[in-house]
Design a protein around this ligand. Structure first.
Ligand code: TXA
Ligand code: MG
Length: 347
């Protein structure tokens, strides 16, 4: 199929383009659209057959459930069987915004959305293009990140085009995503809310308004038996190159380690690269150096991370040594994605 690609202004999107896109959704088609986190691949979330097409286009395992995107809180009452106090608080404090809430689901949620679970994940994004598009759809829109399964999530329309062109009906190009990491996910179906995936709404922000919050073990371990967010068990966010995280007591020790590894790779004919920070790029003897941003600017690092992992793919690098950030505040989400890209390997 031909994929229609339409550019819109991020603040003042052309209504006729969004209407065309909403018509495609209502007719059972697939539309990729920007959000403040990453691009989503949308289908009518109440149409089980339309949602099945998402799994085909992405090559995604069908036991991995989809998030339903809304632009009006009225939908929560129709999709969720109950709204516990923690859910009310998160909606009140952080919606619209980059946090997804897992509720017990009602019967209108198709099995192809819930992946066989009795819960549903709901998100109210804050991006202008997303909000107007969702309002015109006038149904909840099921949307995973708009990448091929196993690839880093797309933060630009060009990433979606690279992965899914020819497999979906339309891409709305609304420019670069503000945060660049997928939404925080919180399960409120148990007595104590559980953080299933860290994101721009941080663990600290959640505990401040909710009190106690548990962190699902899949967030920092590759061998959680049964992660509560099924997607966390897949090797995600991953470039073709092998990613190795390099830790150390200071930047000097880290650069010494990495330079020694680079030298060894060079001798063995392995093409390796380094993913580092602006201030540290000069520390390396290597042709393939990419920067995530300034070492203390976690917003910038988060917004650039997936773009840089994709760049290494396009550069045909075999191995990437990557510097790390402290896993606090916004650094928690960055480290979770880096750990996953690296298959939890650190040296
Ligand atoms: O920022 C985002 O959340 C982006 C944009 C497009 O909104 N979407 C996104 O979707 O990241 P996806 O499908 O790539 O990741 C959704 C994650 C998966 O790990 C999935 O297993 C989990 O959410 N999930 C979905 N429904 C769930 C449920 N009912 N219970 C637990 N986890 C769920
Ligand atoms: Mg995804």
């Amino acid at each position: 199929m031909d994929t229609l690609i339409k550019k819109v202004d991020a603040e003042n999107p052309d209504e006729s383009v969004l209407k065309e896109a909403a018509e495609i959704i209502r007719a059972g088609g697939l539309v990729a659209f920007p959000t403040e986190t990453v691009y989503g691949l949308g289908a009518n979330g109440l149409d089980g057959e339309a949602c099945k097409r998402i799994y085909e286009a992405k090559g995604r395992p069908s036991d991995n459930p989809l998030i339903l995107h809304i632009s009006d809180r009225k939908w929560v009452g129709r999709l969720a069987r109950e709204i516990p106090p923690a859910g009310e608080i998160i909606m009140e404090k952080f919606w619209p915004g980059p946090v997804t809430i897992v509720f017990k689901k009602t019967d209108i949620v198709p099995d192809s959305v819930s992946g066989g679970l009795d819960t549903v994940a709901v998100r109210f994004p804050v991006n202008t293009v997303a909000m107007r598009f969702l309002a015109l759809c006038d149904v909840p829109v099921a949307a995973p990140s708009a990448n091929s399964s196993g690839k880093p999530s797309p933060t630009r329309a060009s990433h979606v085009e690279f992965d899914l062109s020819g497999k979906i009906d339309m891409i709305i190009d609304g420019g670069a995503c503000e945060f660049g990491l997928e939404s925080t996910i919180v399960d409120v179906t148990e007595d104590i809310p559980v953080l299933l995936r860290p994101g721009a709404v941080t663990f600290e922000m959640l505990t401040e308004v909710l009190g106690e919050v548990r962190v699902d073990e899949a967030v920092f371990s590759g061998n959680a038996e049964k992660p509560k967010a099924p997607g966390m068990k897949y090797k995600h966010y991953s470039p073709l190159a092998e990613v190795i995280l390099v830790d150390g007591k200071d930047s000097e020790e880290i650069s010494r380690k990495i330079n020694a590894l680079l030298e060894k790779d060079n001798e063995e004919g392995i093409k390796s690269g380094v993913l580092t920070f602006d201030e540290r790029a000069g520390n390396y003897q290597c042709e393939n150096i990419l920067r995530m941003g300034s070492e203390n600017d976690f917003k910038e690092i988060g917004a650039n991370l997936f773009k840089m992992l994709r760049k290494f793919d396009y550069m045909n690098v075999d191995r990437v040594y990557c510097e790390t950030v402290p896993a606090e505040g916004e650094g928690f989400a960055i480290m979770n994605r880096l750990f996953k890209a690296a298959g939890f390997r650190t040296v």
